[in-house]
Design a protein around this ligand. Structure first.
Ligand code: MET
Length: 311
């Protein structure tokens, strides 16, 4: 098939059964979202948010798109904005990876930094201020916009369901990380609707607040929340797994070394949660999870450190 624009390449990512030993002989399947053209799951979101805004008449020919982001949503929006020919301003807390920031700029987006210490809340506040100052502008606001979970309910979830139906396999549990909470909520809503017995598990790094406690710094990037995502009101997770950075990063290395798979730290955390959850599932159950992006955009953050380098 010959494609005619990059946006046509979004979605229909591969589903990989991991060659990994899990408790109870559980099988773990990962949707490889780094295969999207912008390199992450958030291409689906960027495309969906702007299409929904266009349909709702929220975009004129010179509307500036403004969004707070850890980076991947920014890349997804900047990619989608190309087709609408609209300028994009992304508000990014300073600490997020240089690679993601470089990619946003390469797509023509302007970056406004907020101090890392103010967290994603600081970026949300600054983005709202900018949206008031700049007219016309549109602030999708992934953290509150119901189109966020809908993006995954309408694309990612049915893809996974079809892939399992084709191979005549049943899904016992769905595991996804939460930053905005959209991926988790969209998937959980879809699979619970079809089978209330499916276990839904959300993954956060230690330093995120879903399991209680105060927010603090973590190295795992793109997931972790400072407030409970409003999307969880309708779709409460059955389980919450809080994963230490070291565990997530160890699995990132293991996935490269043993499976030849380049994944970011949020994928390492997702796998850690799957391995935990497997302990409580019936023998030979199937868990499906999402690997949001690749390690290649975290090389400057020493995502792979080797013993010789540490000495
Ligand atoms: N992963 C989302 C983004 O890239 C939400 C980040 S909030 C830590 O914008």
């Amino acid at each position: 098939m010959i494609y005619h624009n990059i946006n046509q390449l979004i979605g229909q990512t591969p589903l990989l059964q991991l060659d990994i030993e899990a408790p109870n002989e559980v099988k773990i399947f990962a949707k490889l979202e780094m295969f999207n053209p912008g390199g992450s799951i958030k291409d689906r979101l960027g495309e969906h948010l702007l299409a929904a805004a266009a349909r709702a008449g929220k975009l004129t020919k010179d509307t500036t798109i403004i969004e707070p982001t850890a980076g991947n949503t920014g890349i997804g929006l900047a990619l989608a904005a190309k087709r609408h020919n609209l300028p994009v301003i992304l508000v990014v807390p300073e600490q997020f990876s240089q690679e993601k920031q470089t990619l946003m700029r390469a797509l023509g987006a302007k970056i406004v930094h907020t101090p890392s210490a103010l967290g994603i809340k600081g970026a949300i506040k600054r983005a709202k201020e900018l949206a008031n100052e700049i007219t016309p502008s549109y602030l999708p606001l992934q953290f509150n916009n119901p189109e966020n979970p809908r993006a995954y309910y309408e694309t990612l979830a049915p893809e996974i369901a079809a892939e399992f139906a084709e191979s005549d396999q049943k899904i016992a549990a769905v595991v996804a990380g939460a930053g905005s909470g959209g991926t988790f909520a969209g998937l959980a809503h879809y699979f619970k609707e079809r089978d209330p017995k499916v276990v839904t598990a959300v993954v956060e790094p230690a330093g995120s607040i879903l399991n209680g406690g105060r927010p603090h710094k973590h190295r795992t990037e793109g997931i972790g929340v400072e407030f409970v995502p409003p999307f969880f009101a309708q779709t409460r997770p059955d389980r919450i797994y809080t994963i230490e950075d070291d565990r997530a990063f160890a699995l990132v290395k293991q996935l490269a070394f043993e499976q030849g798979l380049f994944v970011g730290s949020s994928s390492g955390a997702a796998l850690a949660a799957c391995l935990e959850l497997a302990k409580s599932l019936p023998k030979k159950s199937n868990i499906v999870t999402v690997f949001p992006d690749s390690s290649e955009r975290y090389l400057s953050k020493a995502i792979y450190t080797f013993e010789e380098e540490e000495k």
